[in-house]
Design a protein around this ligand. Structure first.
Ligand code: GLC
Length: 815
């Protein structure tokens, strides 16, 4: 792309005109039912319709007698034809398919489709096929005035994607991530349409290039494939949440990560040698700034050869890892897909000998330049190649490593097109396809190999994989970081809608490089970004070579203090965070949520993305501009409590909040139950006085609340064998009394703590009676007691401490 005004030279203007579209499906000439699918033969091509378990409808174009029902690796379930029997009728005007509350009408003259479910209606005005090309289908979906669009994975811009145009083509974008960038590293061709609080989803399962244009046509969205068929899933709602639950049923859910991966990660391109890594680790511990993970960027390798260590920089990796483990650190090394073309390098020669690398159509190994120079690229679409890569992870696991960082896996190649030649061939399990047809799968298949490799080798421990590139379903294998952002305030604020929409696209475990990767951060930006970043699901500070250092202590004492305070807060909130990660692993619903997900009937939330929810009842509203101490915060319906001061605000209003540099505005919904534990220096650290505090935010009158809090060992897959616990905390509040019960509904895992605390927030006076928690003591004495309660008049809080036993707890408080 030209970067002067010549870019808009009149002679270049035609480059921007829309590609012409082609022929319509046209008159339907034949209708047949085959294996639970309806085949509609059109004038120019055909359409198949099948119902998918769990409330989706699959609509697929095809030519010839029958469609190819093979699914891409995005689909988590077993590959099979639809098991759901069809009910359909054919009238003169239309063919109708009925499934539950959903009806699909296909116009027999035009082939247009309308899908109705209650008040929701999706109109696929037309499906067209381009005349010149083999693939290249276009579907036009009608858009109503009040339609809002969410999802679409990792994209620039705001939360509501109405009015935007995006390309799904995994791209290594070092150029700054600006709103006009149509493609970044991840491609998730899935969106949710919201209309008056009700939604449905559309998933275009095509891993070649696809376009989602919600800008060029006033009342329509255009979905286009560049290669291959249009394989479209309509996903039933009617709520936004149900759409995400169903989409994630289709494409799979995040396995519960190890707790340490939820801790704070520190990275730098690169920590250059053993001394630097060890100094870094000791500095964290000396300064009492919690940290679980240190990343090793490309310099750890010998000439950037994957599965090697540079002997002069890291003379004894095994010993270094052991020392770091003792300090409570996990090491996550970077592993790129490019294997250096070097006949003296065993990994390359294995790949050559075993035919593991991607090849041109003519059969030569394809190579392209990346960090190590000319490199070959494993064909991860083949399971035999993934098996090889899986086994190769042993190099790391033998050193005690249990996390891997997959970068450059778009794949990024240092050439004009930034990636592999689209004519390179992939084996694709016997169904050979060009790279152009499968491009967006490459990164995900690589992460699948990494994840499965670690899982097989870690003897029951949970692996952690971080990836830059991905496709729908990536959540099954890896967490996602949002690539090479910059130390711009704009990028700090853009990280919110980006990660919120990743969450709305089935990818709950995501986050940006805190502080910004490229460009130079400032103390103020780092402090503000850290406050925000500790509430993102994935929390890593990473910066590029040659840029100012941005470890938490790089900008003097004040910034260091703020970083320490907020990183510590993340660890304090770990029981709450982990609970919501568990929920995400079960339902696919995100940990970090846009307000629209919880308040879809409130138009104020439709494009609200400079504040967000953690779980369903905590609002975080970061300051994302320099030299700014005040910000406006929107509180939706209900009553909201300032986390720091306890001050209460009525909902459905904007409030003006004072937030000097050390303060991140946090609001808790009245009626919520928050879980906090002690500050730890790393997730697995045992502290002398283990406790959990369940804070109950009173509703000031009447109401009930509940939370079924999940726990397990946070480290292994033992939870799959029932080694987990759930404690159901329920409260009933009236003007006169508060009743709290906490009962283990499952106790396959026994928490390692003696006591549990309750903190009743919002109690104006000392209660008249407290039954179930011993006698009254002073606030300062409570820590020494096994049983007792205290009233903190200054904060208006009642604190209760009880032994945490299998028997359960009942508290009756007379107000
Ligand atoms: C890419 C990655 C970045 C990494 C660098 C060197 O730019 O996105 O995170 O530090 O490569 O490996």
């Amino acid at each position: 792309m030209l970067d002067t005004s010549a870019a808009i030279h009149p002679e270049n203007a035609s480059q921007h005109t829309e590609r012409s579209t082609g022929v319509q499906l046209g008159m339907i000439t034949q209708i047949t039912e085959q294996n639970n699918a309806l085949l509609l033969m059109g004038e120019h091509f055909n359409l198949a319709i099948a119902l998918v378990d769990g409330g989706s409808i699959r609509i697929k174009t095809f030519r010839g007698q029958e469609p190819n029902w093979k699914t891409t690796p995005a689909i988590a379930g077993p590959e099979s034809q639809s098991q759901v029997p069809l009910q359909w009728t054919a009238g003169e005007e239309r063919v109708s398919v009925v499934s539950g509350n959903t009806t699909v009408d296909i116009n027999r003259k035009t082939g247009s489709l309308s899908i109705r479910n209650g008040e929701q209606q999706a109109n696929i005005v037309s499906v067209q096929r381009n005349r010149e090309s083999v693939g290249d289908y276009t579907a036009f979906i009608s858009l109503g005035e009040d339609d809002h669009i969410y999802g679409l994975g990792e994209k620039t811009g705001f939360l509501d994607k109405r009015g935007e145009r995006y390309t799904m083509w995994n791209t290594d974008v070092y150029a700054p991530h600006v709103p006009e960038m149509e493609a970044l590293y991840q491609s998730i061709p899935f969106l949710t349409m919201l209309n008056n609080g009700k939604g449905y989803g559309l998933f275009l399962d095509n891993p070649g290039k696809t376009v989602f244009d919600m800008r060029s046509y006033a009342n329509m969205a255009m979905l286009q494939t560049w290669t291959g068929e249009l394989d479209l899933y309509w996903i039933e709602g009617p709520t936004l949440k149900e759409v995400i639950v169903r989409y994630s049923e289709l494409t799979g859910r995040m396995p519960l990560p190890p707790k340490w991966a939820l801790g704070y990660h520190q990275s730098r391109y690169s920590y250059m040698d053993e001394k630097e890594v060890m100094d870094l680790a000791h500095t964290f511990r000396d300064k009492k700034i919690p940290c679980d993970v240190i990343h090793l960027d490309i310099h750890y390798m010998n000439g950037y050869r994957v599965f090697t260590f540079d002997e002069s920089r890291f003379p004894n990796p095994e010993q270094m890892m052991a020392r770091l483990r003792e300090l409570g650190f996990h090491i996550v090394p970077i592993v790129d897909p490019g294997v250096k073309k070097d006949p003296m390098y065993a990994v390359y020669m294995e790949g050559v000998d075993e035919d593991f690398f991607c090849k041109t159509a003519e059969g030569d190994i394809y190579t392209g330049p990346v960090w190590p120079g000319e490199s070959a690229f494993p064909d991860f679409t083949e399971s035999r190649v993934r098996d090889w890569w899986t086994e190769k992870q042993r190099f790391y696991t033998d050193l005690g490593i249990d996390g891997i960082w997959n970068d450059m896996n778009e794949p990024a190649i240092f050439n004009e097109t930034k990636t592999m030649d689209v004519n390179v061939m992939h084996g694709n399990e016997g169904d050979r396809k060009t790279h152009g047809e499968l491009h967006n799968l490459y990164g995900m298949c690589m992460s699948q190999a990494s994840y499965e490799g670690l899982k097989a080798l870690l003897e029951g421990k949970r692996p952690f994989v971080l990836t830059r590139a991905g496709y729908s379903g990536i959540q099954r294998y890896a967490a996602v970081w949002t690539g090479d952002n910059r130390s711009f305030w704009e990028h700090m604020s853009m990280a919110m809608p980006m990660v919120l929409n990743l969450g709305m696209s089935g990818v709950p475990f995501a986050g940006p490089d805190i502080g910004g990767f490229a460009h130079h951060t400032s103390g103020e930006l780092l402090a503000r970004w850290m406050q925000m970043g500790v509430f993102f699901p994935y929390c890593r500070n990473h910066s590029a070579i040659d840029m100012l250092r941005q470890e938490p202590w790089s900008f003097g004492e004040e910034v260091e203090r703020i970083c320490r305070q907020y990183i510590s807060l993340r660890y304090q909130w770990m029981p709450y965070l982990y609970h919501w990660f568990y929920e995400a692993s079960q339902t696919g619903l995100p940990v970090m949520r846009p307000l629209v997900l919880e308040y879809p009937d409130d138009p104020q939330t439709y494009n609200l993305c400079d504040q967000f929810l953690v779980g369903d009842s905590v609002i975080v509203a970061p300051v994302y501009r320099p030299n700014t101490e005040w910000r406006s915060v929107y509180l939706p319906e209900g009553e909201w409590v300032d986390y720091w001061s306890g001050e209460r605000y009525a909902g459905k209003q904007h409030i003006h909040v004072h937030a000097p540099l050390a303060k991140l505005p946090i609001f808790i919904r009245a009626g919520a139950i928050l879980l906090e534990g002690p500050v730890r220096q790393y997730a697995g650290e045992t502290v002398a006085d283990e406790f959990v505090t369940a804070s109950i935010y009173l509703q000031g009158g009447s109401g009930t609340s509940s939370l079924e809090w999940y726990e397990d060992d946070g480290l292994t897959f033992a939870y799959e064998d029932g080694k987990w616990s759930k404690m159901l905390i329920e409260t009933t509040e009236s003007e006169q009394a508060l009743n709290v019960t906490a009962k283990y509904t499952a106790r396959g895992y026994e928490p390692q703590r003696a006591s549990i605390q309750f903190r009743i927030v919002g109690l104006a006076a000392v209660p008249q009676g407290v039954a179930g928690s011993g006698g009254q003591v002073q606030v300062a004495e409570l820590a020494q007691q096994a049983l007792g309660w205290a009233y903190d008049a200054e904060r208006g809080e009642l604190l209760l401490k009880l032994p945490d036993t299998a028997d359960g707890i009942e508290l009756n408080i007379t107000l």
